[in-house]
Design a protein. Sequence first.
Length: 210
Amino acid sequence: MNSGGALRGVLLGSAALCVATAAALSWQYAARPSVEFSPSPEDICIVPPSRASTAHPWNPASGLGKHDARPAPADARCPVCGMYPARFPTWVAQIIFEDGSAHFFDSPVDLLIFLQDPGRFDAEHSASDIAKRYVVDHRSGDWLDAGKASFVLGSTARGPMRGPDLPAFASTAEATAFVAQRGGRIVTLKDIDADTLARLRDASHTAHSG
């Protein structure tokens, strides 16, 4: 066989080997069971959601009332920052709409950011659709009406976004005890104006300015 024929033989053999290898790999990956991705509990959000989020529907079979506070689903994402609120049981917050659907937030600050402009994060609901706002007691993890909670502003506590946040308490006495340990001052939801919220947002959400 001349050199040209030998070269063609080598090339054809190599091509056949490549095809066989590709087929084997394709079968291997097709047969391999899928692996569910689970982000590390230490992950923090660095990118805001790219589009408006859909609220989680109410499940009548849950036994909870249409506007009752409910546990945050493990797969729920905060519509403001994209974190998993269920991972932060002493910070999690939620908004429930008149239709019973809900959004869950990793902390009170993100709930308040949502309230400033609901349409930015949920194209299907507006502020007038909101039926209830809930936060959790920072010590017990029990749900509270956000409008009746005592918040601590300016403490050394850091929220899920690793920045200043608003730990909530069921009573002024509990909030006072927290202030004695971690500093800050007690405020209500009505005391948190746009300037205060902007400072809290900027301290934790600098990556979300876009």
